[in-house]
Write a protein that binds this ligand. Structure first.
Ligand code: FMN
Length: 211
C-alpha cells in the first residue's frame, strides 16, 4: 500500500522547506557514521537521467586534505573579493561563506560523466543532465539532513580542478558540490545572506513567465 500524505504531513513538509538553511556556523560535535550512511542511502533515492545515478560521494576525513580544501577556499574567496568594489566588497568581506573548519563532516560530491549506468538515455541532447542529477541527490541529502536536525552548507568558492587533485579522485570526475555537515549553532527561517543584506527572496511572480 502506498503511504497517504495528509494535510499534517504537507504542513510539516512545508516547514522543512522553510527551515532548511545553508549552514556556515557549525558546532564541532561529531556525527555518527551510521547517520551519514543513512543520509547517503536516502540521497541515492533521488531522480537521475536514464536512472544513471552518476553521483559519487567522497567523505574527506584526512586532516591534510581538509587543510588543502580550506586553503583552496581561502584563495578562491580572496579572488572573488577582488572582483568587487566599494560597499559590495566591504559587505562581501564580512560574510562567512563556509564552515569548513568547524564542520565535523566534509563530503565532496562529484559526477562521473563516463558512467555507463543508464546507457546514456536522456543525455544525448543535454549532457548537463548528469550533473543536474547529482544536484538532485544533494538537495535530497540537504532535506533529509535538516529533517534530522543536521545542518548542511554548500561550498562552491573553490577551484574545482584543484579539488580533484587534493582528493585524489579520477581525473574525469567533475566536482558538483563540496558540503559541510554538522549540527547548526542556531536555527533560522531566513537565509543568512538575506539577514546580512546581500540579497532578498524574490516573489514567485517575479520569476514566472507565461506563454
Ligand atoms: C549551487 C549552490 C552553491 C552554493 N555555494 C555557496 C558557497 O560557496 N558559500 C555559501 O556560503 N553558500 C553557498 N550556497 C548557499 C546559498 O548561499 C544559499 O542557498 C542561499 O543564500 C539561500 O539561503 P538558504 O539556503 O539558507 O535558503 C550555495 C547554494 C547553492 C544551491
Amino acid at each position: 500500500m502506498p503511504p497517504q500524505f495528509d494535510d499534517h504531513f504537507r504542513a510539516t513538509l512545508a516547514d522543512l522547506f522553510v527551515w532548511r538553511r545553508d549552514v556556515r556556523h557549525f558546532r564541532s560535535d561529531p556525527l555518527p557514521l551510521s547517520l551519514i550512511q543513512e543520509l547517503l542511502a536516502l540521497a541515492c533515492m533521488a531522480p537521475s537521467v536514464g536512472f544513471s545515478q552518476p553521483w559519487r560521494w567522497v567523505m574527506v576525513d584526512d586532516p591534510d586534505r581538509r587543510a588543502a580544501i580550506v586553503a583552496n577556499f581561502k584563495q578562491a574567496n580572496h579572488r572573488a573579493l577582488g572582483q568587487l568594489d566599494g560597499a559590495r566588497a566591504a559587505l562581501y568581506a564580512r560574510l562567512k561563506l563556509a564552515g569548513l573548519i568547524e564542520a565535523p563532516v566534509h563530503l565532496a560530491v562529484f559526477v562521473d560523466p563516463k558512467t555507463e549506468v543508464g546507457s546514456g538515455l536522456g543525455c544525448g541532447t543535454m549532457p548537463e543532465m548528469l550533473p543536474y542529477s547529482a544536484v538532485c541527490a544533494v538537495h535530497t541529502l540537504w532535506l533529509a539532513a535538516r529533517a534530522r536536525g543536521i545542518g548542511l552548507g554548500w561550498v562552491s568558492i573553490l577551484d574545482p580542478r584543484q579539488v580533484l587533485q587534493e582528493l585524489d579522485v579520477p581525473d574525469h570526475w567533475r566536482l558538483v558540490a563540496y558540503l559541510c555537515l554538522g549540527y547548526a549553532e542556531d536555527e533560522q527561517d531566513q537565509p543568512e545572506l538575506e539577514r546580512e543584506g546581500w540579497a532578498v527572496r524574490q516573489p514567485p511572480e517575479n520569476v514566472l513567465v507565461q506563454r
